[in-house]
Design a protein. Structure first.
Length: 70
């Protein structure tokens, strides 16, 4: 997966398997995420890691966009 040219920050909601069958939901502020080896790494606008999780434990990722009404 190529590194995105745009690096605007987003809020992601990740569902992560914890101990056996427990699934946690974690909010992560990052520009994008990328799979590197056995890890999924969330990175900021300067391409620095802000959060990493083993890909096998990551159940889902959803980008949460704020809706602004005028």
């Amino acid at each position: 997966m190529p590194v995105p040219a745009r690096t605007q920050m987003h809020d992601f909601k990740a569902r992560i398997e914890d101990v056996e069958t427990t699934v946690l939901t974690k909010s992560i502020a990052a520009a994008y995420f990328i799979e590197e080896g056995i890890f999924t790494i969330f990175k900021d606008g300067q391409h620095q890691a802000v959060y990493a999780v083993q890909s096998r434990l990551l159940r889902s990722v959803e980008r949460v966009d704020l809706t602004v009404s005028t």
